[in-house]
Design a protein around this ligand. Structure first.
Ligand SMILES: Nc1nc2c(c(=O)[nH]1)N[C@H]1C(S)=C(S)[C@@H](COP(=O)(O)OP(=O)(O)OC[C@H]3O[C@@H](n4cnc5c(=O)[nH]c(N)nc54)[C@H](O)[C@@H]3O)O[C@H]1N2
Ligand SMILES: Nc1nc2c(c(=O)[nH]1)N[C@H]1C(S)=C(S)[C@@H](COP(=O)(O)OP(=O)(O)OC[C@H]3O[C@@H](n4cnc5c(=O)[nH]c(N)nc54)[C@H](O)[C@@H]3O)O[C@H]1N2
Ligand code: SF4
Ligand SMILES: [Mo]
Length: 729
């Protein structure tokens, strides 16, 4: 008999609610759930492909333990025993700092893993935490920390009420939005345009989003900070003032005015490649349109001026009067886990509090840059990293100077991977613990609800019960926590640890935790919903949120459009928006004083594709079919100059390495710029992705440089890499 269950898609930040039709344990079809209040029926091919992911014979279903050099199936007890034997002697001999952790992107979509990681990392007590954040959004979180006092205070465009969006370095038609939960972006855009709204795209490539925009301007890679400084210059020169709503809550208007006055408009225009008249028009439109917002994503964060650019985007939002107003750039109000992810003690927001032993890299958001991981492992330094716990991450394909990291991982004394595949990274592990199918776990938008375009609370229960012999990822992380705490890894010990952890988190709210009918991580979620801004508190009959209420509403509970939240949500020491943090003003002056870029160099940038998600969905036949996607886009003028032909091979050289890649000639890409997607290179011996290996593509991160970083956060420059190009043969 056929049944239909609901499941929020865990692949990307759109969080589409899906209807999963199944007969028993077998999925018969997946489509978008029309009645979901946030995603409204939207689905992309990756959501439909969860059917194949669930059934993929390559998906791991049993732990693997290395014996005689080979990874072999093992029981959970054997796997945990091997982890204890591998890690504990290292910890005893070299301290907890000798064990590093890496947290990959799917953790942001997996609340069990995210919360479980927190428990495990605390038990481990090593400062060597690395995450995909330092190849991604950390610059935005740091600029938000500096301006608003919280790393999670990232404003999002209120697209459903906006009339003007300026977007830099983002391609939501393909990516479906990031640090911005706006499923069905295409539909929301259509509605905005029907109201007369306008979309302006700034991108070195005429992206799929640029194709549906009102205007598109090519920009030099990493020219965004120049462009935004020029916008500020024009707005302030023409007399922009803080709006009456913002003025009482903003510090630093004079400082930013002084900085913007130093900008030479002609020079800024030349540096970014956008004409002065266009800059002036956009500046005026942003000020004169009451409901307008600026938004930037990976092209603005994973680049040379990532933090500077991230700050300038919100500085423009403030000066144009568009922050915290309906239709502008607004803050969501997460119904749960506000404090868990907020991560701010009473001392306020701080970075660079300590440094890494080998590289001297300063800490950022409690972690070190992923770019530093290889060097922290290499060599004979007593303080080096000797073991790694890699959770839902594939840095061999996603980190800068990937070949160096690949080599370094091979020299570790011990490595654990928690993954659903034997990935290019997991193949280095001594023990691989299998995550479960996305259809075997519950979903709550824990991290993503900070970036929702409308406040909602949604939960989907597992479609299928855990397979025989499977362990939930929450339980996996708790067991690892027990092991590194020196406790037993048996069921009773882990349950005792869980009780202690939850009691600790509840503190005085213990009454919200117990006797409410939920267990484990769901009990934690229930408590967070109850004590959150829309919660019922301890009033059982109250109107507020509880997990049971959210469970009873498969389409989600609508908590309304985004509301102005200043000044209440600010966590800065001053209690105001810091419009001109000194470290960012200094960085801006450094850029203004710097040399212009070398115009003869080609510049490499990345791109995303609908049928791909970072490195790990290339094993699903539904997505893998069709045209070859790992191509280097080259402008016709560059191709002609370099004798490069369509479909032929080009050699691309950078400081760190060289690749040969299939060429796609197109005027979508600006002259002087080439674009290559990341997450390919599935031809590494020992990985277990048989479909992906048929058309492996090349690893673009052989070309990205672990020494080329955003100065403030150490985030890798993945866009705007100087490369040389030549035809092969
Ligand atoms: N050159 C270049 N490099 C980039 C980027 C770029 O634009 N250009 N983008 C960067 C960005 S934004 C990001 S976020 C990073 C991503 O970097 P990573 O997070 O390191 O890599 P992913 O490719 O997301 O790999 C995720 C891994 O988790 C596994 N996985 C998937 N689902 C689950 C699950 O439910 N449980 C468990 N345990 N494992 C799971 C997958 O099999 C895969 O091995 O890449 C970065 N690298
Ligand atoms: N289909 C699909 N969706 C995804 C992912 C995926 O791999 N596939 N990955 C997910 C992840 S982890 C993330 S972080 C998000 C990212 O979400 P987005 O940031 O929207 O992702 P991209 O599609 O890479 O868009 C980045 C754009 O920046 C442009 N760009 C590059 N350099 C510069 C620059 O210097 N300046 C400017 N202005 N633009 C530049 C690129 O040409 C590209 O069009 O997507 C998520 N969604
Ligand atoms: S856009 Fe696609 S991958 Fe992203 S959540 Fe929706 S269905 Fe999943
Ligand atoms: Mo990302």
């Amino acid at each position: 008999m056929s049944e239909v269950a609901r499941r929020i898609c865990p692949v990307c930040e759109a969080g589409c609610s899906l209807e999963v039709a199944h007969e028993g344990r077998s999925v018969t079809g997946i489509r978008g759930a029309k009645s979901d209040i946030l995603s409204r029926g939207f689905i992309c091919p990756k959501g439909a492909a969860l059917k194949e992911l669930d059934a993929d014979p390559d998906r791991l279903r049993q732990p693997l333990v290395r014996r005689d050099g080979v990874l072999q199936p093992a029981s959970w007890d054997e796997a945990f025993a091997a982890i204890r034997r591998g890690l504990m002697p290292l910890i005893e001999a070299h301290g907890r700092d000798s064990v590093a952790t890496y947290v990959g992107n799917p953790t942001a979509h997996n609340y069990e893993l995210a919360l479980g990681f927190g428990v495990m990392a605390k038990a481990l007590g090593s400062p060597y935490v690395f995450t995909a954040g330092t190849v991604d959004q950390v610059p935005k979180q740091v600029s938000s920390g500096l301006m608003f006092g919280s790393r999670m205070a990232v404003p999002v465009p209120d697209i459903d009420r906006s009339d003007y969006l300026l977007m830099l370095g983002a391609n939501p038609i393909v990516s479906n939005g990031s640090l911005w939960m706006a499923p069905d972006f295409r539909g929301r855009l259509r509605e905005m345009k029907a109201r007369g709204g306008k979309l302006i795209i700034i991108d070195p490539r005429r992206s799929e989003t640029a194709e549906v925009a009102d205007r598109h301007h090519f920009i030099r890679p990493a020219g965004d900070a120049w462009f935004l400084m020029a916008l500020l210059h024009v707005m302030l020169r023409e007399g922009a003032l803080l709006t009456p709503a913002l003025a009482p809550h903003v510090n630093g208007f004079e400082d930013i005015s002084a900085l913007a006055a130093e900008v030479d408009l002609a020079r800024a225009s030349a540096a970014c490649g956008i004409g002065m008249a266009e800059i002036e028009t956009i500046a005026r439109e942003l000020v004169s349109t009451p409901r307008a917002a600026v938004y930037g994503r990976i092209g603005t964060t994973a680049q040379k001026y990532g933090t500077l650019t991230s700050w300038l985007i919100d500085a423009v939002n403030v000066v144009a009067g568009n922050l915290d107003v309906p239709g502008g750039a607004m803050f969501a109000d997460p119904p749960a886990f506000g404090d868990v992810y907020g991560g701010n003690g009473p001392e306020g927001f701080a970075i660079h509090r300590y440094t890494a032993r080998v590289t001297g890299h300063p800490e950022v958001l409690g972690e070190f840059p992923l770019a530093a991981l290889a060097e922290e492992i290499e060599g004979n330094d007593e303080g080096r990293i000797r073991a790694l716990i890699c959770m839902a991450g594939n840095p061999v394909l996603s980190a800068p100077n990937a070949a160096r990291l690949d080599k370094a991982l091979g020299t570790l004394d011990f490595m654990v991977a928690i993954d659903i595949y034997l990935s290019e990274t997991a193949r280095h592990a001594d023990v691989v613990l299998p995550g479960v199918s996305p259809l075997e776990k519950g979903h709550y938008d824990s991290f993503l609800s900070f970036f929702m375009t409308r406040n909602v609370a949604r939960f989907s229960a597992p479609v299928f019960p855990l397979a025989n012999n499977a362990l939930s990822e929450w339980r996996i992380m708790l067991t690892l926590a027990a092991i590194v705490s020196g406790m037993g890894a048996d069921d009773a010990s882990v349950s005792a640890l869980e009780d202690g952890v939850l009691a600790d988190i509840a503190g005085p709210d213990a009454g919200l935790l117990h006797g409410r009918g939920h267990r484990g991580v769901e009990a934690w979620l229930d408590m967070e919903l109850r004590r959150g801004p829309f919660g019922s508190g301890s009033d059982e009959n109250g109107h507020g949120l509880t997990l049971d209420k959210v469970l009873a509403a498969p389409d989600g509970i609508d908590l309304g459009a985004l509301q102005p939240r200043l000044p209440g949500m600010l966590r800065t020491a001053s209690g105001k928006v810091e419009l001109a943090p000194q470290i960012l003003v200094d960085e801006a002056r450094r850029m203004l004083a710097g040399e212009a870029a070398d115009e003869d160099q080609m510049s490499l940038i990345g791109r995303r594709q609908v049928r791909s998600n970072n490195s790990w969905m290339h094993n699903l036949p539904m997505l893998a079919k069709g045209p070859f996607r790992c191509t280097l886009m080259v402008n016709p003028a560059d191709a002609a100059r370099l004798n490069i032909t369509e479909g032929g091979l080009a050699r691309v050289r950078a400081r760190t390495g060289m690749i040969e890649v299939q060429v796609e000639i197109t005027d979508e890409i600006a002259p002087g710029v080439v674009s290559l997607p990341h997450g390919w290179g599935h031809d590494m011996a020992g990985a277990g992705l048989s479909v992906a290996a048929e058309r492996p593509g090349v690893n673009s991160n052989v070309l990205t440089d672990d020494a080329d970083l955003d100065a403030i956060t150490g985030t890798a420059v993945l866009n705007g890499i100087p490369v040389r190009l030549e035809a092969v043969g």
